[in-house]
Write a protein that binds this ligand. Structure first.
Ligand SMILES: Cc1cc2nc3c(=O)[nH]c(=O)nc-3n(C[C@H](O)[C@H](O)[C@H](O)COP(=O)(O)OP(=O)(O)OC[C@H]3O[C@@H](n4cnc5c(N)ncnc54)[C@H](O)[C@@H]3O)c2cc1C
Length: 529
């Protein structure tokens, strides 16, 4: 008689909440250790914020998702998963203002050439005027930027986009955001930097990136299949409704599935749902102060109007920033330029018009048909596509797209963290799971490390992932190609005091990968260390 095969999952099942990059990376890592996790996903598809939606054969990301990282094991995992399906793509992204394109980030010579001699002279005069008589106090974003760039440049390239992303006037945004993100930079230093040789040049992250042949969703669908082939399961349409605990131990979760409510027990739990939702779903509930802290953490939401255009070529960029204040659209993605396979018919183009909003506001609650009409009108208004050339469209609303770092978020997060860290067999991972402005790579890393805490008994502190790392993209910025931290969050209040916090950039001015917030000028980079 042979001994029964030991199956750790029978005794110690690992339950993962959420099939976004963090949850699926955790599941994939578990299968590498021979484990068979159960992944519970509320939506009908995997990928979370990095999913790819499809409409009539046209594929659309929720915002274009570039794959780039300096975490080598994450990059190796991407290649392992997709092989030749992970394309190496050139990047072009520009600013569109008054029917002209400007390099992104702005380069003074290019900007002056685009604006013409008169506007350029006015910009310089305006700059000098504000140098001679600056605002005596720099309390707001508007005052801070005007003092360094002049009013004209502020109005042209800072104001409209920043307000679209943040949803509040620059005159009420705190100056510290700008100071934190672009200290040391002004029109003068930007111009001077054009003549200074770069110290570091890492071209690949600035001008190229990886992208799956059929969008990021392809990555996550492939991971789902791999997990299932290795004996794990990924259950879609399975929202976790509550998380039952006895003291500091999680016993099981209640999941809605096919009209029934099912209890799923586990020995270990990894959650990538928003940490605010996590604490609200605990039964018995956590202390009132924890729930109160969860109530104070906020998010900025986002929607994409996906349009099918009956034209083979619209513009050559992967995406463009729309600065014209007369339109609400913030950024336009051209998915065909991310990968030709994003469109089923080469005579057509799939565009994603990005609108930053907050759940419940006018944009968020607008009917889909009206949003599609708005998108068509705005495309025509900025002169990119004629109204009649758009043949169809759909709308995707994205909850909790950006965790907001406001003046007191760190304080509230600390209260939640203290409580969650005391739960013996639950780890919270990912972007909203840690309320950290993580991109896919760091979201994945938190999932992978959570697994090692379980299977290898390691002691990784997931809250510190991505607090002491900077992106190559930032370093690359010293060459004048791109500044900023590669991430920008639409943040609505006073600045964080978190010294590690590089993510909440000030809308249009800084950052750059997601909200399309961008560093105004290519130029010298200042390290915040
Ligand atoms: C506009 C935009 C552009 C971006 N661009 C880039 C980019 O260029 N490059 C890049 O690397 N990253 C980019 N990102 C960031 C990237 O999308 C995130 O870092 C990544 O998706 C985070 O993964 P996650 O698994 O932590 O969270 P999520 O992607 O949010 O996944 C969480 C999952 O949990 C599920 N869930 C939530 N609650 C429950 C519940 N109760 N029960 C079951 N399931 C639940 C959700 O449905 C979701 O699928 C961008 C993000 C946005 C919004």
């Amino acid at each position: 008689m042979t001994d029964p095969v030991h199956n750790p999952d029978a005794e110690h099942p690992v339950v993962i909440i959420g099939a976004g990059p963090a949850g699926l990376a955790a599941a994939y890592e578990l299968t590498r250790h021979g484990r068979r996790p159960v992944v519970l996903e509320a939506l009908p598809r995997v990928g979370g914020l990095a999913r790819t939606e499809e409409y009539k054969g046209f594929a659309f990301d929720l915002g274009g998702h570039r794959f780039f990282t300096k975490v080598s094991e994450v990059e190796e995992t991407w290649h392992e998963i997709l092989g030749a399906d992970l394309l190496h793509r050139p990047r072009l992204s520009r600013i569109y203002y008054r029917r002209r394109f400007f390099d992104y980030p702005l380069k003074p010579l290019n900007a002056f050439a685009g604006l013409g001699p008169l506007q350029s002279a006015l910009i310089i005069l305006s700059y000098l005027r504000w140098k001679i008589r600056p605002y005596p106090q720099e309390e707001t974003f508007e005052e801070w930027v005007t003092n360094r760039f002049g009013r004209r440049l502020f109005l042209m390239f800072f104001k409209a986009y920043t307000e679209k992303v943040w949803g509040i006037p620059c005159s009420t945004l705190r100056a510290e955001w700008a100071a934190q993100r672009i200290k040391g930079l002004s029109l003068k230093t930007a111009v001077l930097s054009m003549f200074v040789k770069p110290k570091t040049r890492i071209k690949s992250l600035v001008t190229e990136f990886y992208y799956p042949r059929r969008g990021p969703g392809m990555m996550w669908n492939t991971v789902m299949r791999a997990v299932e082939q290795r004996g794990g399961s990924v259950r879609l349409n399975s929202p976790v409704l509550s998380i039952a605990r006895t003291g500091s131990r999680i016993d099981h979760v209640l999941v809605a599935s096919n009209g029934r409510i099912e209890s799923i027990a586990g020995a270990q739990f990894i959650s990538s749902m928003a940490v605010t939702d996590l604490v609200r779903k605990l039964t018995p509930p956590p202390p009132a102060e924890v729930l109160d802290a969860a109530g104070q953490l906020t998010y900025r939401d986002f929607l994409t109007v996906c349009l099918i255009v009956n034209r083979a070529h619209v513009f050559p960029d992967n995406w463009i920033y729309i600065h014209d204040p007369e339109v609400k659209v913030g950024r336009i993605q051209n998915f065909k330029n991310w990968s030709p396979e994003m469109v089923p018919d080469p005579t057509k183009t799939g565009l994603g018009l990005e609108y930053f909003c907050t759940e419940g506001d006018d944009l968020w609650t607008m009917a889909d048909a009206d949003l599609i009409e708005l998108g068509k009108r705005e495309l025509e208004r900025v002169g990119l596509v004629r109204h009649g050339d758009v043949e169809d469209g759909c709308v995707v609303r994205v909850h909790k797209a950006y965790p907001v770092y406001d003046a007191r978020y760190r304080e509230h997060l600390d209260v939640i963290r203290k409580f969650v860290d005391r739960l013996d067999n639950l780890q919270t991972v990912g972007r909203n799971g840690l309320h950290r402005y993580n991109n896919q790579d760091h979201a994945m890393l938190t999932g992978m490390l959570a697994v090692r805490n379980i299977t290898l008994n390691q002691r990784h502190d997931l809250w510190t992932v991505n607090t002491d790392q900077e992106y190559l993209e930032e370093i690359a910025s010293t060459n004048g190609a791109e500044r900023g931290n590669g991430r920008a969050t639409p943040t609505q209040a006073a600045p964080s005091r978190d010294p590690d916090d590089r993510s909440p950039a000030s809308g249009a001015l800084l950052g750059g990968r997601e909200a399309g917030a961008f560093s105004m000028f290519a130029g010298r980079r200042t390290r915040r260390r």
